[in-house]
Design a protein. Structure first.
Length: 446
């Protein structure tokens, strides 16, 4: 059943249509221009099912941006500031004080800018298909080819967009998506929106977003290059990249259970219900419940212990099909990242953490290259996918902060092999195994 349509009025007088369903912490789903059509999306069975299932855990708000869907069409300014006014109007009319934002393709910049300017209102950020500069996301030849169709053949454009973004084997539902796109706006407005988007750049805002941010990238989709998603995740102070399996450039078509689980795990700590995939932890649980493996294990040790602990343990992991990441082996030039940024980047692309808690690391002897051990474990615990996947190999006599509670194993520095073996066994219990895609990550070399 379709929800009732509500209207908010932006500060410049433009009427904005929105729906609000479900119960729980609010999630505002920002509309991607120019193809937003909330009512049309509700008529697509997979979208409707996903929205209803999300509504069991969150209060879901979807709206049409100005010039699209059921919102006011006689407008001509589609720059970033009017987009922010639309969002302000919706949350104020709905009387929602704090909320999570989901930015989808072109609306990712709106989500980033709003989160930077309203830190007291935004709790979390999910960005799918986003970029810091929208021009970066428009560069691939396939996207450019679609855009050139707007003026020449609107019907062909929306049909091609539906299949390119949702996958080429989606049958009747693909036609419903195309119908929603077809009535979302007019060719003239679509062209105006895309021209405005070319100038959108939130480089000045992204570093001011201090809420947890999840950047989602579909592994094999061709609309957004992987490096664009990586740059976005690295630029967000509390951002991490999650790579999902599949070829579609949208959510809920190839594996709706996995997509819903990703959102709920990040937003609420719940995995949601469903009969398909189990909730992914860092990259994806894959299609149909198949676990496609981990991207890697973050290995935390001091610079002094790198040769005796870090690299030998990393070699053992890789002999057993598990990728290991050492911060000290990061190939980036010195000075380009702070110690905290390095740690956060590695945590974001790992599925577990092994910490060698030695006396020199406890004392902060690597303070110029690494955060202290308590801060490092605290950062790992703050990420839902790592909270219960931290194994500490502790040298005798080392005291760890009382507010951290990972799994502990004793470590004999003279004979570390037994500690290595126990840590490997713990990783196996957590289901970690080889990920052939991990090696493709530019920061994975070491």
């Amino acid at each position: 059943m379709e929800p009732s349509l509500r209207y908010a009025r932006a500060s410049d007088g433009v009427a904005i249509a929105y729906t609000m369903t479900g119960d729980g912490p609010p999630l505002i789903w920002l509309p991607p221009a120019p193809l937003s059509n909330v009512f049309g999306q509700w008529r697509v069975p997979r979208f409707r099912d996903a929205y209803e299932r999300l509504g069991e855990h969150v209060r879901l708000v979807l709206y049409d941006g100005r010039g699209t869907g059921h919102s006011q069409r006689d407008v001509d300014d589609f720059s970033l500031e009017p987009m922010l006014r639309d969002l302000d109007a919706v949350v104020d009319h709905a009387a929602i004080e704090t909320f999570a934002l989901l930015g989808y393709y072109s609306s990712a910049v709106t989500a980033i800018a709003y989160a930077a300017r309203h830190p007291d209102r935004v709790t979390r950020l999910v960005l799918f298909g986003g970029s810091i500069r929208l021009l970066d996301a428009m560069s691939p030849a396939e996207s450019q080819a679609l855009v050139t169709l707007i003026d020449r053949d609107w019907d062909l454009f929306v049909d091609s967009a539906a299949h390119a973004w949702m996958g080429w084997s989606i049958g009747d539902e693909g036609r419903l998506v195309a119908d929603a796109f077809r009535t979302a706006t007019t060719p003239a407005l679509a062209r105006a929106m895309i021209e405005a988007e070319r100038d959108m750049d939130v480089s000045a805002d992204v570093g001011s977003v201090h809420v947890p941010a999840l950047v989602v990238h579909r592994q094999a989709e061709r609309q957004i290059p992987l490096e664009v998603s990586e740059q976005l995740a690295q630029a967000l102070p509390d951002g991490r990249l999650l790579r999902l399996d599949g070829t579609s450039a949208g959510l809920f078509f190839e594996d709706p259970d996995a997509d819903i689980a990703v959102l709920l795990e990040f937003l609420t700590g719940e995995a949601g219900s469903g009969t398909g995939s189990q909730p992914p932890t860092a990259r994806s649980a894959g299609r149909g419940g198949r676990d496609d493996g981990t991207r890697g294990v973050f290995i935390s040790c001091s610079e002094r212990q790198k040769e005796t602990l870090g690299r030998p343990f990393k070699a053992l992991l890789e002999e057993n099909g598990i990728r290991g990441f050492l911060v000290s082996d990061d190939p980036r030039p010195e000075g380009t990242w702070t110690p905290e940024e390095k740690v956060d980047a590695y945590l974001g692309m790992s599925d577990a953490v092994v910490v060698f808690a030695t006396a020199d690391l406890e004392a902060g002897e690597d303070r110029y290259t690494r955060p202290n051990i308590g801060d490092e474990i605290g950062r790992a615990r703050s990420q839902p996918h790592l909270r219960n996947r931290i194994c500490v190999l502790k040298e005798h006599g080392v005291t760890l902060p009382s507010n951290i509670n990972p799994a502990y194993e004793s470590l004999d520095l003279a004979h570390p092999e037994e500690g290595f073996r126990r840590a490997l066994a713990q990783l196996r219990e957590w289901g970690l195994h080889v990920d052939p895609l991990a090696a493709s990550h530019p920061a994975a070399s070491g």
